[in-house]
Design a protein around this ligand. Structure first.
Ligand code: RB5
Length: 149
């Protein structure tokens, strides 16, 4: 499958079940879920998993990424340390749509201890169903990584 249909997923120990549910959900929609774990429930370190997932997106191996931890905050911070990554944590579908349309987010972060599974799946659908609008938003997105105009 081409990189444009590949979505990397990762999490820490707090979100394994939700991550696996999301992987099945997006596979059923025709995406390829590149689930890089972890699979066992031992306590682990979200920065490792955020960085590993972000590198898959930054390298072009995967088009998009979905990461999860207890709050969605720590793993989002770790992902955003990788150059080229724009990862937003979302607790509602409006934000999930907007981070694609206006911020060209290439990663979504979710908090498995904050939201339930049904809402998480709706947020994923909103994120994957939206497209970057470009135009004035492209200027602003470029300013995130490059020097301010
Ligand atoms: C793990 O206990 C927890 O700190 C982690 O999943 C996450 O919420 C960090 O941001």
């Amino acid at each position: 499958m081409t990189a444009s249909k590949r979505i990397v997923l990762s999490s820490d120990h707090a979100a394994i079940a939700m991550r696996q549910t999301i992987a099945r959900h997006i596979e059923a929609q025709g995406w390829e879920a590149v689930d890089i774990g972890p699979v066992t429930p031992e306590s682990t370190h979200y920065p490792l998993h955020g960085k590993a997932a972000a590198e898959k997106v930054a390298s072009g191996d995967c088009a998009l990424g979905i990461v999860l931890c207890g709050t969605g905050q720590g793993i989002m911070m770790a992902a955003n340390k990788v150059s080229g990554i724009r990862c937003g944590v979302c607790f509602d579908t409006f934000s999930a749509r907007m981070i694609r349309q206006h911020n060209d987010a290439n990663m979504l972060s979710l908090g498995a201890r904050v939201i339930g599974e049904e809402l998480a799946l709706s947020i994923v659908d909103a994120f994957l169903g939206a497209e970057f609008e470009g135009g004035r938003h492209a200027t602003r997105v470029a300013m995130i990584e490059g020097p301010a105009a």
